[in-house]
Design a protein around this ligand. Structure first.
Ligand code: COA
Length: 261
């Protein structure tokens, strides 16, 4: 399935969204962000989709940032409207998406691209990927969550350095900083990410959903509140058929077949 700005493919229980503006290094304009939001809305209600992968078309870029052409001549009021329109807020849509979402970072991952990757649950990078928040070079600051998600991943000092300088870092440096979980040779990126996605897709969708909810709370709520939520969700998951299946399968020494119920 395709529209102008993204491509969607589905293999088994894994859906892949590919940003499809390679001539603009997959820069995120408003239609692209809106297409991501509506694709995630569809996947949320589709029980056959258990994990989503986000990547970029072409050899060069994951996402090279917001589409800078959109900024020229735009009024503050128009910019405020765009940024607060939930139909185009792909960052929040990925963060709130209640199923696992993995960024397969295949190249330049800059500005809004780095923010999009950080809004995903896991980031796996090609060894050719480059990361950065170059907004400072345009007289801007990150507007897609970079000032909040980056320090939570890499620590305050490293976030200050990246945001103050706008410098790009290599995939290996991003790994060292904790910005990505793994770096793999470029040619192996999608094989590795597809295998990871398939492994996660075989787990209980109910438990995955509650894990995401609890982990999201871990960076938002005070610890006691987060621990309380975790205990509540732990109790709640006992209501699922997947819990019965998982425990029975272990005791019967067989592989569980999770249904998401
Ligand atoms: N917005 C809009 N267009 C972009 C873009 C962006 N963020 N990033 C790249 N492009 C476009 C370029 O304008 C160019 O279009 P053109 O062929 O019509 O002129 C095309 O993508 C290819 O980019 P180019 O700059 O020629 O590639 P390069 O290999 O020389 O440089 C980058 C790659 C990533 C270093 C460079 O494109 C860049 O700095 N991009 C902007 C990154 C940025 O500041 N992002 C944060 C935005 S807030």
């Amino acid at each position: 399935m395709a529209d102008d700005t993204i491509l969607i493919t589905t293999t088994g229980r894994v859906a892949t969204i590919t940003i499809n503006r390679p001539d603009k290094l997959n820069a995120l304009n408003e239609p692209t962000r809106a297409a991501i939001v509506s694709a995630l809305e569809r996947f949320e209600s589709d029980p056959d989709v258990r994990v989503v992968i986000l990547t970029g078309a072409g050899e060069k870029a994951f996402i090279a940032g917001a589409d800078i052409a959109d900024f020229a001549g735009r009024t503050p009021v128009a910019q405020f409207r765009v940024m607060n329109d939930p139909r185009a807020n792909a960052f929040e849509a990925a963060d709130r998406f209640p199923k696992p979402i993995i960024a397969a970072v295949n190249g330049f991952c800059l500005g809004g691209g780095c923010e999009m990757a950080m809004a995903c649950d896991i980031r796996i990078a090609s060894d050719k990927a480059k990361f950065g928040q170059p907004e400072i070079n345009l007289g801007l600051l990150p507007g897609g969550g970079g000032t909040q998600r980056l320090p939570r991943l890499v620590g305050l000092g490293n976030a200050f350095k990246l945001l103050y300088t706008g410098d790009m870092v290599t995939a290996d440096e991003a790994l060292r900083l904790g910005l990505v979980s793994e770096v793999v040779p470029a040619a192996d990126l999608m094989t590795r990410v597809n295998a990871l996605a398939a492994a996660i897709a075989s787990k209980s969708p109910v438990a995955l959903r509650y894990i995401k909810e609890a982990l999201r709370a871990s960076v938002r709520a005070p610890m006691d509140e987060g621990l309380r939520l975790e205990r509540t969700l732990f109790g709640l998951v006992f209501a699922s058929e997947d819990k019965v299946e998982g425990v029975e399968a272990f005791l019967q020494k067989r592989k569980p077949e999770f249904k998401g119920a």
